[in-house]
Design a protein around this ligand. Structure first.
Ligand SMILES: NC(=O)c1ccc[n+]([C@@H]2O[C@H](COP(=O)([O-])OP(=O)(O)OC[C@H]3O[C@@H](n4cnc5c(N)ncnc54)[C@H](O)[C@@H]3O)[C@@H](O)[C@H]2O)c1
Length: 404
């Protein structure tokens, strides 16, 4: 089949290269000329394991352009543009813009919305492009985007036009994953319910961590024990500095504000957001508890990506921590194996540790595990619970959810 992909972020690229590997001819469109140029030179604009290799390996089936007329003979076109929140509400302008731009080139093509959109959006896209609209939300995780696209836990296909739904189902059958057919609105809602539930789970354990710090318990012991209950499961029960990234913060805001607009409140999700917003301040307070005032002190932040194995810093809690450190007068150094920020002076890991008074571990990159010896003599806050407390000088060490 000939496939169009509109929006070449991590979702569009992963979808595109995986379908190209299945033998489909894929044309990727983006409004960002630099991105398109780089891709045409086989350069991935994003770091995610295996993505660069997949672009190289399947290049014969891939074409990248800014020109929407390349969609003229596609069978299926995926909309994978950004859906950010602006002033706490979802901004759907990129989705509608993409739909309007592609409209004149579509013949009988199926338009698949993969971007995360609030319920009712597909219906509006239908008004622009016609009846053949399908909602196929994406559940990939950055850091394992290709693997997740090839074998997702489930595939959701929302459609009113059965034949269009069948064709999209056929595209993904190779994954062997369970495929669920739903209405348009159910498919849109499933994505928000899934992300919000995960965000709530993390905020839940983070609140338990706060209490543990106060009463001398270790939240990891509690999380481990409750995670053994199959009804709870051990996943997303790691206490830490809070959830960031390009999805949870914007999706929880989008669905709570959407709910309010239609006359409902999602109080548990609103509370999870509130708990999360306090996290960066708590982490800095832990460091201040060790160092006293951090004014004019040098602080090293280890990790700026919102999670390991990605260079994505969107809504990264590490960046919020850096802002708070600076607002309290600290001089901030940072190190990350892949991600960059201009909010702090980026240096090597060794310099970052050597040249600072205090250290905050903000992202659990593999290379930060087992560095207890390197941190000797420093004041350390482990925001990700990757260090072994028994190997640390407890007068100079604090960790999330670990009471003194
Ligand atoms: N990042 C994730 O982990 C993830 C996971 C699941 C779902 N999602 C959802 O998928 C969607 C895309 O996410 P992403 O992180 O890949 O986005 P992104 O912001 O990284 O990339 C989107 C791309 O779309 C391009 N674009 C914007 N408007 C366009 C237009 N009119 N025509 C062509 N290109 C256009 C941008 O230039 C950009 O390159 C979002 O709705 C997001 O919520 C993301």
């Amino acid at each position: 089949m000939k496939i169009g992909i509109v929006g070449l972020g991590i979702v569009g690229l992963s979808t595109g290269v995986v379908l190209a590997e299945q033998g489909h001819k894929v044309v990727g469109i983006d409004i960002d000329e630099n991105r398109v140029q780089g891709l045409n030179c086989k350069r991935s604009p994003i770091y995610d394991p295996g993505l660069q290799e997949m672009i190289e390996k399947n290049f014969n089936n891939l074409k990248f352009t800014t020109d929407y007329s390349s969609l003229s003979d596609v069978d299926v076109v995926f909309i994978t543009v950004s859906t950010p929140t602006v002033n706490g509400k979802i901004y759907l302008g990129y989705v509608f813009d993409a739909a309007k731009k592609m409209k004149e080139y579509l013949s009988d093509s199926i338009v698949v919305i993969k971007s995360t959109v609030v319920p009712g959006t597909a219906r509006k896209v239908k008004d622009i492009v016609g009846e053949n609209v399908v909602v196929n939300p994406e559940f990939l995780k950055e850091g394992s985007a290709i693997l997740d696209t090839k074998s997702p836990d489930r595939i959701v296909i929302g459609s009113e036009n059965e034949k269009a739904g069948d064709i999209v189902e056929g595209l993904w059958r190779f994954t062997g994953s369970t495929i669920l057919r739903t209405s348009l609105e159910e498919a849109e809602m499933i994505k928000y319910a899934a992300n919000s539930f995960l965000a709530v789970k993390i905020s839940f354990i983070n609140e338990i961590a706060n209490l543990c710090e106060r009463i001398g318990c270790d939240v990891n012991v509690i999380a481990n024990a409750i995670g053994m209950d199959k009804r709870i499961s051990p996943y997303f029960l790691k206490a830490g500095i809070g959830w960031g990234g390009s999805c949870f913060p914007k999706d929880t805001l989008a669905i709570t504000s959407f709910a309010r607009e239609v006359g409902e409140r999602l109080r548990i999700i609103e509370a999870a957001i509130e708990v999360n917003e306090e996290r960066p301040k708590r982490v800095v307070n832990l460091l201040e508890g060790l160092l006293g005032s951090i004014k004019d002190k040098r602080v090293c932040v280890l990790g700026v990506a919102f999670k390991p194995d990605t260079d994505d810093t969107r809504e990264s809690i590490a960046l919020k921590i850096i802002d708070i450190l600076k607002s309290r007068g600290a001089i901030v150094l940072a190190y990350d194996p892949k991600a960059r920020t201009n909010k702090a002076e980026m240096v090597s890991k060794e310099e970052c540790i050597r040249d600072s008074d205090g250290i905050i571990i903000a992202t659990e990159w593999k290379e930060f595990y087992g560095i207890e010896d390197l941190l000797k003599g420093k004041y350390v806050v482990d925001g990700r619970r990757i260090l072994d407390p028994s190997k640390m000088d407890r007068t100079r060490f604090r960790a999330i959810g670990l009471g003194e």
